[in-house]
Design a protein around this ligand. Structure first.
Ligand SMILES: Cc1cc2nc3c(=O)[nH]c(=O)nc-3n(C[C@H](O)[C@H](O)[C@H](O)COP(=O)(O)OP(=O)(O)OC[C@H]3O[C@@H](n4cnc5c(N)ncnc54)[C@H](O)[C@@H]3O)c2cc1C
Length: 382
């Protein structure tokens, strides 16, 4: 982007080189085997990327939404699934601890999460409560000197590898009586009860978590009782903006592959790029990718200036994943039978990107947020 600083361009180059060396060569194989790229993940720690937004005091890079999104875009060009796991760790777990936890909790958990020694996850969704997350039923009952936790969390990215779980629970009968905890994987009563197999994002482990009479000392509580909704609201915009970066990476990777293929593949004696129907696909794909890039980094820049708003975060989270799915489907079409085969990464990119239309709030939930905010004043008057 024209307005990236020298430092941001250097970060982009580092991430691009890392992704081409560590993620791209094994992306296909890990997708087939449904395996997590643990080796690359640990190396991200050495590069200082696992705490991209976290406090420098604990090893973080203290960067903003723009830099975090640059990482997402570059990684996702090579492997969206590894990027999703990276996002669950660095944004959903590390950034939440960095923003909401006490100094003692940060000192205890952040250094190992940021170095890559530990892996983190965030557990909000439940089998019966997804879009309606604040309806969650995993219970935290206050006892004399601890909390007793019971319930299940569903769809948790990095579940099988997570050493640290950033957990949301219900602590009272009011809808907003939600309380956050940090749970360590060795805690008795905690387990990963199910591995979930998926259409895409197969190199990103997903699991169901079970909490059976888990006793958590009061020191494991983040903030005060009932603070969870406040915690969620503080970080949701960043989560939505950065996850849209994965879709930008998918669109850019599809476009690159199409430009190459249209020049190489010959039919009727000519490279298919000579045909206007193919040219139209490439011209539209590139225009849409540039629109996605401009929109996303503009919203990042606004966020970094402190002009935070749920509407623009929801707008990028609605627009980019939908556009990237369309671009990935067009890219498959442009490649004909080869696009449908697993010889090319396009079908994987399409399957992976579809998740971004669902995770961190579905398209429909984004529409609700945008419409409710825009119509708020008008509807008040009947
Ligand atoms: C691969 C993967 C990784 C994930 N990682 C995590 C994670 O790390 N941590 C975590 O906590 N969660 C995670 N999730 C959960 C994800 O955030 C939820 O799947 C998502 O919020 C949707 O919830 P749901 O699946 O229960 O769908 P539901 O909420 O049951 O929705 C079903 C359908 O109904 C629509 N719908 C729901 N309510 C309304 C409404 N009011 N109006 C109109 N339409 C509506 C939805 O848009 C959707 O189309 C992950 C999910 C997946 C698939």
């Amino acid at each position: 982007m024209w307005f990236f600083t020298e430092e941001q361009r250097a970060l982009q180059q580092t991430c691009r080189e890392f992704a081409q060396k560590e993620l791209a060569p094994v992306a296909e194989q890990l997708d087939t085997q449904e395996k997590f790229n643990e080796k690359a993940f640990r190396k991200m720690g050495e590069l200082g990327l696992l705490g991209v937004t976290a406090d420098e005091k604990y090893g973080g890079a203290a960067l903003g939404a723009t830099e975090a999104t640059i990482v997402m875009e570059e990684f996702a060009k090579a492997c969206p699934a590894t990027t999703l796991s990276y996002l669950a760790h660095s944004i959903l777990c590390v950034n939440n601890i960095s923003t909401n936890a006490s100094e003692e909790q940060k000192a205890k958990y952040l250094p190992k999460l940021i170095s890559g020694e530990h892996i983190g996850c965030m557990a909000m969704s439940e089998p019966e409560y997804g879009s309606d997350a604040v309806g969650m039923q995993t219970k935290a009952q206050k006892k004399a000197d601890h909390y007793l936790i019971n319930g299940n969390k569903m769809w948790i990215t990095n579940a099988q590898y997570a050493d640290v779980i950033y957990l949301y629970t219900r602590s009272g009968s009011d809808k907003k009586d939600l309380t956050t905890f940090i749970v360590e994987k060795e805690t008795p009563g905690y387990s990963v009860s199910k591995e979930i197999h998926k259409m895409g994002m197969r190199a990103s482990p997903t699991g169901e978590l079970s909490f059976e009479n888990v006793q958590l000392p009061i020191e494991q509580r983040v903030g005060e009782e009932g603070d969870s909704v406040y915690h969620m609201m503080k970080n949701l915009d960043l989560e939505r903006i950065t996850i849209a970066g994965i879709s930008l990476g998918v669109a850019a990777a599809c476009l690159d592959q199409c430009v190459r293929y249209a020049s190489e593949r010959k039919q009727f004696g000519k490279a298919i790029g000579n045909y206007q129907l193919i040219q139209k696909m490439i011209a539209e794909m590139s225009t849409e990718t540039e629109m996605m890039r401009s929109f996303l980094y503009q919203v990042c820049a606004q966020y970094d200036r402190g002009e935070r708003g749920p509407v623009s975060a929801a707008q990028v989270k609605l627009a980019l994943p939908k556009m990237a799915t369309k671009i990935a489907l067009d890219a498959i079409q442009l490649h004909g039978g080869y696009g449908y085969s697993r010889e090319f990464p396009l079908e994987r990119l399409m399957r992976d990107n579809k998740l971004i239309e669902i995770g961190a709030g579905t398209n429909e939930v984004m529409i609700m947020i945008i419409a409710k905010n825009l119509l708020k004043e008008g509807l008040k008057n009947g």
